[in-house]
Design a protein. Structure first.
Length: 84
């Protein structure tokens, strides 16, 4: 039996790790483990389409706010994604 990590969106075998927050926030994504296992097709879609990208960011922000405040999140990641 082969063990694999499923893609977050489609459950096929994941081939890529996606940083939920990129650019200046890439390191913070790593520090908070805001990473998603994705197959190549879904990874391309996340970069191409806004909706799945926002979904992942909202999910991470909601988890973050279980421990910290929204103001803390905005200070760390530049803005709130839960207000979209």
């Amino acid at each position: 039996m082969v063990n694999y990590i499923p893609c977050y969106f489609c459950q096929r075998p994941a081939t890529d790790i996606h940083h939920i927050f990129q650019g200046a926030y890439k390191r913070k994504s790593e520090e908070h483990n805001f990473l998603a296992s994705l197959c190549r097709e879904c990874h391309d879609r996340v970069h191409r389409e806004k909706a799945p990208r926002i979904h992942l960011r909202q999910m991470c922000q909601a988890e973050y706010e279980k421990v910290f405040t929204r103001e803390d999140f905005i200070n760390e990641f530049g803005r709130s994604y839960l207000e979209e």
